[in-house]
Design a protein around this ligand. Sequence first.
Ligand SMILES: [Zn+2]
Length: 348
Amino acid sequence: MSIVVLQLPTVKRKTETRPKKCRYCQGEILQRWGKSKKPVRDNRYRSVQVYRYRCCSCRRTFRHYPQGVDQADQSLRLRKLAAIYWVMGMSLRSVALALTPFGIKLSHMSVWRDLQEQAELKEQQYHWQPVRVLGVDGAYPLLSGKKPPVLIAVDLGDGRPVAIGQVDESNPQAVRRWLEPLVKRLGVSVIVTDDLASFRKVAEKLDLEQQVCQFHVRRWVGRTLRELKDTVPKDWLWVLEEVKTLLTELPPEGSRRLFELWKQVPERRAGRDGPLSALDRLRYLLIRLSEHWDSYRLFDWQPDVPWTNNGTEQVIGRMKMRSRTVRGYKSWQGMHAALLLAGSGAAF
Ligand SMILES: [Zn+2]
C-alpha cells in the first residue's frame, strides 16, 4: 500500500487577522461590523467565530472567516479528511459512519461532494502546469460491473496523474483525439508508451518524441526469439543471438546493423497465402526493430526520459488499490477522483 501523508488544513476557532481588502471593491478601509457564531462541522470544533466587516468605499458588508473555514458548513479539514477516508478504500456510507464518533453527521452525498471538490482542486492546481515527458498506458478498471478500456496519462517528471480518458488504446484516431489537446495544453514533447502501433502513429502525427517502455520491448522480443529458436534453420541461429545482444546493449548504430541483417536473411515465402516461414518472421522482426530503433533508446541521450513506463504503471496500481477494496467503481466521476487523489500517492 502506498503512503498517504495526512496533511490536513489547520482550522482556527477565531480569526487572528483582519481582512486586508474588501472582497468586492478591494477597498482597504474596513470597519468591524459585528460578530457571530457560525456552526461548523469539523472533527474538533462545533462552531467558530466570524466577524463581519463593512467597507467604507462601497459600503457593502462581508464575513471574515477564521483559517480553515469558509461559507460551507464543513471545515476545509473535514472535507479533506472525508476524501482521504474514501481514497483509502471506504465506501461513501462508511466514511459518514466513521465520522460519527467525532460527533459529526454527514450524509453520504456530502462525502461524495467533498470528494469531487478535492479532485477538482487537484485538477485546477495542475491544469496548466507544463509536462515535458508524459507516460501513457491503457488499463481496464472495473466500472459498474464492466471493464471499459481507459487511457491514463502521468507526468513522468514527478509521477503525478494528469488525465484519464475512456479511450481504447488500440484505436489510433481515438488516442489522438484524446491526446492532442492534452499535449498542446501541457507542452508535452516526449511520450513514453508500450510498443502498440497506435501510439507510434499518434506520436508521429503530433510530432512527439517517443520512448517505448523497455520492459515491453524485451518481453515481446524475447518471446519471439524463443519461438524462432525452435523453428529457424540452424545456420541462422547466430542472428537471433545478435538481436538479443543488440537489444541488451542498445547501441546507437543498432538500426543500421539490424537492417544489414535483414538484407542477409533470405526471403522464404511458403506460397502467397501460406503462413510466414520462420525466416520470414525473423526478417519481419529485424526490419521492425530497425525502423523503431530510435524509440527504444531515446532515454540514452535525454536524461529526464525514463527507460520504462513504470511511473505510469505505479499510478494505475494505486488507482486499482481502491477499486479492489470496493470491488470496482460505481461511476466515472468516482474513478476519476480516485485517479487524481489516490494516484497522487504521497502528494495528496
Ligand atoms: Zn468595498
